[in-house]
Design a protein around this ligand. Structure first.
Ligand SMILES: Nc1ncnc2c1ncn2[C@@H]1O[C@H](COP(=O)(O)OP(=O)(O)O)[C@@H](O)[C@H]1O
Ligand SMILES: [Mg+2]
Length: 248
């Protein structure tokens, strides 16, 4: 899978990644690839290494071993800033907005971060706020927002970078059912409008099974399965490690 994918034009790929923190093996041999215009689910139990793998793919964590490839180029060791300029954007499990700034300024920061000038950054922020139905909140302070909207601003900030690859770390956590439905539509719309690849870490199986083209499963830092949703839900290793024997 690796050498063939490396020559592809639009892929973000982790190859045999290993990460250790002190005594903890967070990832010990994970490989995955994300193509353009696909939605890839990344699932597994708490502590499986999902966030660490996203950190590696986005330059926030350097792997001890293994490499990261972007459209056939080895980009291991590049900074988050460099990767963002090359089209790799993410959201965080803990959202991490600039709390004292307005919603508008948070989203504008995404556009400025990938090198757009003042006027174009403001235009881009306006456009994304309209797109995500946040225009009426543009002047609100980010730390005054209800939780669901805070999440949406995190996605808006990443979209202002106009990514080719977007990595979402548990975007539905803590959302109610209506907000989960909206999120699903937003993710479909992102793929449609930006033609980008989306990697989605999520524990909500209705969201994962309903959205993803492929699902990759991590357990204890290792890739244990990958396939279409129908294959993954029937996979006995995945049931044992994560979904539960009763999952149908
Ligand atoms: N900065 C860190 N320092 C020490 N241990 C860490 C750090 N980040 C993650 N870990 C550990 O690495 C493992 C994988 O964590 P993580 O990638 O957050 O898993 P997941 O996102 O799948 O829940 C866990 O055992 C976690 O405690
Ligand atoms: Mg995590």
């Amino acid at each position: 899978m690796q050498s063939v994918r490396a020559a592809d034009s639009g892929t973000l790929e982790a190859r045999d990644v290993h990460v250790r923190f002190e005594g903890v093996r967070a990832i010990s041999g994970a490989s995955l690839h994300l193509g353009q215009n696909e939605i890839l689910g990344l699932i597994g139990p708490n502590g499986a290494g999902k966030t660490t793998l996203v950190n590696v793919l986005t330059g926030f964590q350097r792997p001890d071993k293994g490499s990261v490839w972007l459209s056939g180029r080895n980009v291991t060791g590049r900074t988050p800033f460099q990767l963002a300029r090359d089209g790799v954007a993410r959201t965080f499990q803990g959202v991490r907005l600039f709390g004292g700034l307005s919603v508008f300024q948070n989203v504008e920061a995404g556009a400025l971060g990938v090198g757009l000038g003042g006027h174009r950054a403001r235009e881009r922020a306006d456009e994304v706020l309209q797109w995500l139905n946040l225009a009426s909140q543009a002047m609100a302070r980010a730390d005054a927002l209800p939780f669901g909207e805070e999440r949406r601003v995190g996605i808006a900030r990443a979209l202002a970078m106009r990514p080719r690859f977007l990595l979402l770390d548990e975007p539905a956590a803590g959302l109610n059912e209506r907000e989960c439905d909206e999120l699903r539509e937003v993710i479909r719309d992102i793929r449609r409008r930006l033609d980008c690849g989306v990697l989605l870490i999520e524990h909500n199986m209705a969201v994962i099974m309903g959205l993803c083209d492929r699902i990759h499963v991590l357990d204890q830092g290792r890739s244990i399965a990958e396939g279409a949703p129908s294959d993954i839900r029937a996979n006995s290793d995945v049931k044992r490690a994560y979904l539960g024997e009763d999952f149908v």
